[in-house]
Ligand binder design. Structure first.
Ligand code: NDP
Length: 277
C-alpha cells in the first residue's frame, strides 16, 4: 500500500515539492503519494497529526516550529541549525532533520562547479532557510560568514548557534556598505517573494563574486538582477537547491537517493518558460 507524504507551509499552492517527489517515486519505482498542505504556526501540529503522513517536508514559515515539535529527536545538522525541514514518523513521535544546507552545497559544488573553500560569505536573512544553510557552508570550508537580518536578534542567535565566533559575525543592516567585497552573497530572505529587494550596496560585489537567491523563478529576479548590475560574475537561483534537498529527504524516507539531473532539467525548463512568457 502506498504511504503518504506531504509538504507543510504557507503559502504552499505553488510548491514544486509534490511534482519533484512524484518524479523521484516514478524513477525509483517506490509507491507513495505526496501532497501540499497549507498550515501556519497555530494549526501545523494538528494538521500534521491529522494528515496520516509518515514523512513530511516543512517549509516557510514552519521550520522552527518543526524543530520544536521534534525536540530531542533531531539530527546533528538540524540541532546546529535549530530548524527542521524534514520529519519522519518515529513511533508516536517525529524525528527531524535538515537537508537544506546539503542541498545548497551540492547544487553549488556539483551542478555549478563552484569551490566554496576560502570564500568570504554574506548571508542575508536569519530565518529557517538561513539557519539550515549556514552550518553546511561553514563545513564546506568558506572563509567567514557575515549574517545580516532585519530583526538583528535573530542574526545574533544564528551566529551564536554556529559556535564559531572567529568565523561568523552578525552585523546590522546599516553597516552593509562598509563590510567590503564578498566572494559569495546569498539572499535567504523571503523579501523577494513579495517582489521586494532588501537595501543593498554595490560595494559588496566584485567581478569574482557569485550571488545566490534561495528562491527561484520570478521571486529570484530582483536580487539576481541587482547582482548582475553590480558586476557579479555568476548568479544562481534556488531551484537546484530545492531539487537536491528533496533528494536528501527522499533518501531519509526511502533509503534510496534518486538521480536529480532529469528532474532539475524539467523544472528549469519550466522556470525559463515562466520567465520568458
Ligand atoms: P522564514 O519565514 O523562516 O524567514 C524569512 C526571512 O526573510 C527572515 O530572515 C526575515 O527577516 C526575512 N525577511 C522577510 N521579509 C523581508 C524584507 N522585506 N526585508 C528583509 N528581510 C526580510 O523563511 P525561510 O527562511 O524558510 O525562507 C526564506 C527564503 O528561502 C524563501 O524565499 C524560501 O522560498 C527560500 N527557500 C528556498 C529553499 C530551496 O530549496 N531553494 C529552501 C528553503 C527556503 P526577519 O527575521 O527580520 O523577519
Amino acid at each position: 500500500m502506498s504511504k503518504h507524504y506531504a509538504v507543510f507551509g504557507s503559502p504552499i499552492t505553488h510548491s514544486q515539492s509534490p511534482r519533484i517527489h512524484a518524479a523521484f517515486a516514478k524513477q525509483t519505482g517506490i509507491g507513495m503519494d505526496y501532497v501540499a498542505i497549507a498550515a501556519n504556526h497555530d494549526d501545523f501540529r494538528a494538521k500534521l497529526d491529522a494528515s496520516g503522513v509518515v514523512g513530511a517536508n516543512i517549509t516557510l514559515p514552519l521550520k522552527e516550529d518543526a524543530f520544536a515539535l521534534c525536540a530531542g529527536n533531531v539530527s546533528a545538522r538540524a540541532l546546529r541549525a535549530g530548524a527542521v525541514n524534514t520529519v519522519l514518523r518515529d513511533g508516536a513521535q517525529w524525528r527531524g532533520d535538515n537537508t537544506d544546507g546539503l542541498g545548497l552545497v551540492r547544487d553549488l559544488t556539483e551542478r555549478h562547479g563552484l569551490d566554496l573553500r576560502g570564500r568570504r560569505t554574506l548571508l542575508l536573512g536569519a530565518g529557517g532557510a538561513a539557519r539550515g544553510v549556514a552550518p553546511a557552508l561553514l563545513d564546506a570550508g568558506i572563509h567567514s560568514l557575515y549574517v545580516i537580518n532585519r530583526n538583528s536578534a535573530r542574526a545574533d542567535a544564528l551566529v551564536d548557534a554556529m559556535g564559531e565566533p572567529g568565523r561568523t559575525h552578525a552585523r546590522a543592516w546599516d553597516t552593509l556598505p562598509a563590510l567590503g567585497e564578498f566572494d559569495l552573497l546569498i539572499n535567504a530572505t523571503s523579501a523577494s517573494r513579495g517582489g521586494q529587494l532588501p537595501s543593498l550596496a554595490m560595494a559588496l560585489v566584485a567581478p569574482r563574486s557569485v550571488a545566490v537567491d534561495l528562491s527561484y523563478g520570478e521571486a529570484a529576479v530582483p536580487f539576481l538582477a541587482w547582482a548582475r548590475a553590480a558586476g557579479c560574475a555568476q548568479t544562481v537561483d534556488g531551484l537546484g537547491m530545492l531539487v537536491e534537498q528533496a533528494a536528501e529527504s527522499f533518501l531519509l524516507w526511502h533509503g534510496v537517493r534518486p538521480d536529480t539531473a532529469a528532474v532539475f532539467a524539467e523544472l528549469s525548463g519550466r522556470a525559463d518558460a515562466l520567465l520568458t512568457a
